[in-house]
Design a protein around this ligand. Structure first.
Ligand code: COA
Length: 329
């Protein structure tokens, strides 16, 4: 019997309607379109507006659209892994909230927190339940409402992030397609460079933490940049080398969308030509857990069965990794 791989069998995405352009940001902080474009590649990002709306509210249309495309009901899902750094609430898990909203009555689920590498880690984790034979349909959702933790007075961070959500369905494949290999890494020494200072158990919310603006994302951009530019490229190259893949074998490189210069460095290190590198950062910015599924969603029509994809990500923590998969449809 052939080995069972976990294959992506459907993908869908959702981005909110509101477009926050570089020009609008110019009216909010001391910045300009030229600086943002040359330093990051970003032109605009989407923002989820509306009282009481959270990350799950972007996941609902993404997942409902996915189920429709695949022609299955929500009750057929076995497991939901919700990869997010901006859960609706600290608890319960957003996976549970989503399951309730879409009617996934037979699914269990949990949230996965690995910042911008979350969706990649979710794919790797979800695939284990398929390969082991435990489950037949695993939903991996990646989404963030980054605007909920961004300080729109901090020009170094508010230009980068946006809101969005995507989802994929993993199912067993015995034709040799699906997730073939992964390299996954993390290093807690990265904490000082990218974190949220308060709101967790170590520093619970108080008047003092709010007055000190400690609930916003804190980033030391240059340190994160240096780390990311080397490590995302290295890990993508590593997964290629150990599977005897050269740039010519790769149909698509799918990098986390944090900064166009980091994406270019990864493409250069792997040797993959620019026409095979998926980039939508100019329209969405960094949607954290949303970037990779949104890329897969927007390029789905171009993928062919058997295409070799290299997915790579890095994020706060630090976390980073790469997956080699063969597209299954
Ligand atoms: C954040 C980032 C875009 C900043 O770009 P950079 O080239 O490193 O810029 P620096 O932080 O060195 O700042 C250079 C100057 O631009 C200024 N600046 C910062 N943000 C600015 C903005 N939005 N508009 C104009 N000037 C800005 C800085 O104050 C600094 O001014 P100074 O030289 O007078 O002190 C870049 O570091 C980056 O992309 N880092 C990685 C971020 C990332 O990937 N995070 C997500 C992890 S998943």
């Amino acid at each position: 019997m052939n080995k069972i791989h976990a294959a992506i069998t459907a993908v869908n995405g959702y981005v909110p309607d509101y477009v926050l352009t570089n020009h609008e940001l110019e009216t909010m902080v001391d910045t300009n379109d030229e600086w943002i474009t040359t330093r990051t590649g970003i032109k605009e990002r989407r923002i989820l507006k509306g009282e009481g709306l959270g990350t799950s509210d972007m996941a609902v249309p993404a997942v409902n659209g996915l189920l429709k495309k695949r022609g299955i009901g929500a009750d057929e899902i076995d497991l939901i892994i919700f990869c997010t750094s901006t859960p609706d609430r600290v608890f319960p898990a957003t996976a549970n909230i989503l399951a309730d909203k879409i009617g996934a009555k037979n699914a269990w689920g949990y949230d996965l927190q690995a910042t911008c590498s979350g969706f990649l880690f979710g794919l790797a984790t979800g695939s284990q339940f398929i390969e082991s034979g435990k489950h037949k349909k695993v939903l991996v959702v990646g989404g963030d409402k980054m605007s909920s933790m961004i300080d729109y007075k901090d020009r170094a961070t508010c230009i980068i992030f946006g809101d969005g959500c995507g989802a994929v369905l993993l199912e067993p494949n015995d034709e040799g397609n699906g997730i073939i290999d992964s390299v996954l890494k993390s290093d807690g020494a990265g904490l000082p460079f990218l974190h949220q200072k308060a709101g967790g158990s170590a520093r619970p919310t108080s008047h003092e933490t709010i007055d000190a603006r400690e609930h916003y994302l804190y980033q030391e951009g240059q340190s994160v940049f240096k780390f990311a530019v080397t490590n995302m490229a290295e890990v993508a190259a590593e997964v290629m080398e150990r599977n005897n893949l050269t740039a010519n074998d790769i149909a698509w490189l799918v990098p986390h969308q944090a900064n166009k210069r980091i994406i270019d460095a990864t493409a250069s290190r792997t040797g993959v030509s620019s026409d095979k590198v998926i980039i939508n950062i100019e329209r969405y910015g960094n949607t954290t857990n949303g970037t990779l599924p949104l890329c897969l969603w927007e390029w789905e029509d171009k993928f062919k069965k058997g295409d070799n994809l290299i997915i790579a990500a890095f994020g706060g923590g630090f976390t980073w990794g790469s997956i080699y998969l063969k597209w299954a449809y």
